[in-house]
Structures are given as C-alpha cells and as structure tokens.
Write a protein that binds this ligand. Structure first.
Ligand code: GDP
Length: 295
C-alpha cells in the first residue's frame, strides 16, 4: 500500500522494461498506481490527478523508458515533484516587528496552545528570543490555564486578563506589556470551535485586522484528512494566513494532508508537530515529507 509506493514504482517499471514493449500507455498505467496511493493517503482527487499528469509529462520528457534504471528514475521524479508541490524549500517566520506579533488560528483541539508553547520554546532556545504568550481564548478558562502550564514548561511569561472578553483590547494591552518588559515576540493563542462558525471567524478576523500581525499561522490536525483541507480553505479565505502548522504527524497519518493543503491554499507549511511534548516540533522540510509519503 502507501508505505510501499517506492517499491511499487520500481517493481512496475522493472516489469515494463522486461516486457520490452514500453509505451506511454504503460507509464499511464503505472501512474494510476501512484494516483491510487495518493488517494489512499487522503490527497484530494484533483490534486492527485494534476500531480500524476505533471509526473507523466516529466517522465516522458526525461526518457524514463530508455533509462538504465527506469524504476529508480521514476521514483526520483515522483519524489522531486512531491517536494516541489509542497514548496521546495523550508520557509521561515517573519519576525521583523518590534515586537514581532504571531497570531495562531485553527479549530479547537488542533493543537494551537501546544504549538504556541513549542514555538516559544524554539524561539527561546534557537533564536535567543524572549517571547510573551498571550491568552486570547476568552471563552474557556481551562484554555487560559493550559497556556499557563505550557508557558511554565518552557519558561515563557503568559499574559491574560480574566474577565475581559474583548480580545482586541487584550492583544493591545499584551503588546504594550511586551514593549515595556522587553519581549521581542508576542504569540497570541486564540479560541477555536469544534467546527468553523461565523462568530469565531468574525472575532479572529477582527483581531487580525486590529493587531496586523507579522505572521498569522493556521494550525491543523493532520489526522483529520480531507476535513483539514476544507478547514484550511475556510480560514484562508477569511484570514489570508501566512503559513500552516501541521500537528499530530506522530499519529497514524500518511501525510497526504500536507500535499493537499499546500496545493489548495498555496500557503507554505512552516512547522510540523510530532508529539505532545514541548520539544516535539520541527521546521517543515518538503523533501523529508516527500520521503515520508513515498515510504
Ligand atoms: P487547541 O485547542 O487548538 O489549543 O489544542 P491543544 O493544544 O489543546 O491540543 C489538543 C490536544 O492535542 C492536546 O491533548 C495536545 O496534547 C495534543 N497535541 C497537540 N499537538 C500534538 C502533536 O503534534 N502530536 C500529538 N500526538 N498530540 C498533540
């Protein structure tokens, strides 16, 4: 199945070569396998179709049929194309603001609070920044408590205003506090609902327009498959976010969401979450994700 896509491609091409009647049709047959594997991995149908069409053109253009090792060449073409589709290179954060403001968005349970802590930790340890975490989930006191726990774990201060339900005001106060205390990055954790709803979207859109963040990140659970793609589209339509954080890649997921989201919203995936611990995070590398998808 999906895990064996590399082997499967190599095998198909060995067989083709052995039969001595290699044609465009044979390539198309093999690529059907690739498409099926992508669909198995939750890649959106249109994305899988356009992907295999591109690979077909490249394979024919590179004379894959007469190559010494057609299977290996084919795997390389598929790998490079996957990586290219997912953005080619890793894309970093814009931290130019003084302080730099990063706004988290996403559904409840996607991993926003956890990632806020992970990001604060990364910025502290790798970039020697001094981040301030801001609790803008004004509906769930438990969410504020959770952010405080996370802040405590990574040694980052947490700004919150119990009783105040105006997130724009809380953000203003937090940014003023950051300036006064010398925090060079402000990470704003926001409320999420179980499904996209107008009220939540209005609130976060207004917050985004109000604070004009340097980065708006969309956090999404990679285990949610096609739903992840639909949610990404809805958030992007409202927020025009800068990048995606794909969480829970340690779970039983085949990574198809990465490819689909990248193609549907054309925004880079910037980070991946690989566990519940504060260290379980990585910069997104398209080439490594292509390796994962190929297995
Ligand atoms: P929020 O509602 O968007 O703030 O989501 P949370 O940060 O509270 O995360 C929801 C749940 O997912 C928590 O139990 C987290 O520990 C868990 N979680 C977050 N990120 C990851 C991840 O990358 N891997 C795993 N396995 N669990 C995660």
């Amino acid at each position: 199945m999906f895990e064996n896509l590399s082997d499967r491609l190599e095998r198909s091409f060995k067989i083709l070569k052995g039969e001595g009647k290699i044609t465009e049709i044979n390539v198309a047959e093999t690529l059907k396998d690739v498409r099926r594997a992508l669909l198995d991995a939750d890649v959106n149908y249109k994305v899988a179709k356009s992907f295999t069409d591109t690979v077909k053109q490249k394979a024919l253009g590179m004379n894959v049929l007469t190559a010494v090792k057609p299977g290996q060449l084919m795997v390389k073409i598929v790998h490079d194309e996957l990586a290219e589709l997912m953005g080619g290179e890793a894309v970093g954060l814009n931290l130019s603001g003084r302080p730099a403001v990063i706004l988290m968005s996403g559904l409840q349970g996607s991993g926003k609070t956890t990632f806020s802590g992970k990001l604060a930790n990364m910025l502290k340890t790798k970039e020697h920044k001094n981040p301030l975490l801001v609790a803008c989930d004004v509906y769930r006191p438990a969410a504020v408590e959770q952010l405080k726990v996370v802040g405590g774990q990574v040694g980052a201060p947490v700004y919150s205003e119990p009783g105040n339900k105006n997130v724009n005001e809380i953000a203003d106060h937090a940014i003023a506090e950051a300036k006064a205390r010398g925090n060079d990055v402000v990470i704003i954790d926001t409320a999420g609902r179980l499904a996209v709803d107008e009220e939540m979207m209005d609130e976060i859109e207004s917050l985004k327009n109000h604070v004009n963040p340097d980065e708006t990140l969309f956090v999404v659970d990679s285990m949610t498959g096609q739903d992840a793609v639909n949610t990404a589209k809805e958030f992007n339509d409202r927020l025009d976010f800068n990048g995606v954080v794909l969480t829970k890649l340690d779970g039983d997921t085949r990574g198809g969401a990465a490819l689909s989201i990248r193609t549907v919203v054309t925004k880079p995936i910037k980070f991946i979450g690989t566990g519940e611990k504060m260290e379980a995070v990585d910069v997104f590398h398209p080439g490594r994700m292509a390796d994962r998808i190929l297995g």
